[in-house]
Design a protein around this ligand. Structure first.
Ligand SMILES: NC(=O)c1ccc[n+]([C@@H]2O[C@H](COP(=O)([O-])OP(=O)(O)OC[C@H]3O[C@@H](n4cnc5c(N)ncnc54)[C@H](OP(=O)(O)O)[C@@H]3O)[C@@H](O)[C@H]2O)c1
Length: 264
């Protein structure tokens, strides 16, 4: 049940069952979600829009973005810093100053270390790490300005439990995610004192398109085995993100690990 005032609204937002009902806790906020053409990004964009935010969605597949309702689609490759800058310019021109960034785009291309195609390593580094860095950098002035003016701004990095635990054949993917998680901890020391809540959400196994383009049989076998359990759905992570960014301004839900119960 929602209590009077913002704290009450936040409490309401903590219940998955009420996230859709209480809505509009993010009214007035301007958000960008990368990797929003499928999976966690698409679900997060929808949930943020349902909660009242204006949302720009970014990915390479324009037709997938255009199929999402009530959001601003911007086709871009986040591994290209010029594209990321174009995204930032477009969002500012169309929606205004951004106060909520969900850097979610990612690729997972598992393979044994000795036989992996190094072009796949480069792709993971380019999207998961460099792309995320350029995404945050392109919007950080907006986040700082909003934090100063309105007292609240969020930079959400979607990492993975792979940053904490080890799986065979996923070492380089896990390294990119460990980089994201530790980058986030360090950025908190720079931006927390200036009012920007930098945070990681670290999902366990979620049933999405992630890994669909993998070709290595050993890595596919690990993924197939993981997906035999009752996995999370993309909306479960979207709800966790809405929960985190709906907290009162002095609360940073800094590291949120969300795993299927069966994953342990
Ligand atoms: N699913 C899981 O079990 C799981 C677990 C832990 C963490 N995660 C993380 O969650 C995030 C979202 O993954 P997901 O599971 O939702 O997978 P997904 O359905 O495959 O979504 C990945 C998204 O990233 C976008 N993307 C990939 N390369 C891009 C590029 N160069 N430029 C712009 N966008 C790009 C894709 O869009 P386009 O192809 O249209 O560009 C897509 O929208 C990833 O960072 C992933 O590592 C997922």
């Amino acid at each position: 049940m929602a209590l009077p005032g913002s704290r009450g609204l936040w409490l309401a937002a903590t219940s998955t069952a009420t996230v859709k009902d209480m809505t509009k806790t993010l009214e007035g906020r301007i958000a960008v979600v990368t990797g929003a053409s499928s999976g966690i990004g698409a679900a997060t964009a929808q949930r943020l829009a349902e909660a009242g935010a204006q949302v720009a969605v970014v990915a390479r597949r324009a037709e997938r973005l255009e199929a999402l309702e009530g959001v601003l689609p911007i086709a871009a490759d986040i591994s290209n810093p010029d594209d990321v800058q174009r995204v930032a310019d477009t969002v500012r021109a169309e929606l205004g100053r951004v106060d909520l960034v969900v850097a979610n785009a990612g690729v997972m291309l598992g393979a044994p270390y000795e036989s992996a195609d190094v072009a796949e390593w480069e792709r993971m580094l380019d999207v998961n790490l460099r792309g995320l860095l350029h995404t945050g950098r392109a919007f950080v002035e907006d986040l700082l300005a909003t934090a100063e003016a309105d007292g609240r701004a969020d930079l959400v990095h979607v990492s993975s439990v792979a940053s904490h635990i080890a799986f065979p054949n996923y070492a380089v993917y896990a390294a990119t995610k460990a980089g994201v998680s530790h980058l986030t901890r360090n950025l908190r020391t720079e931006y927390g004192p200036r009012g920007v809540r930098v945070k990681t959400v670290e999902p366990g196994v979620v049933m999405t398109e992630l890994g669909d383009d993998m070709t290595d049989p050993a890595a596919l076998a690990v993924l197939d085995q993981l997906r035999e359990m009752k996995t999370l759905e993309a909306g479960d992570i979207a709800d966790a993100i809405v929960y985190a960014v709906s907290a009162p301004a002095h609360v940073n839900v800094a590291e949120l690990i969300v795993v299927p119960t069966a994953q342990g």
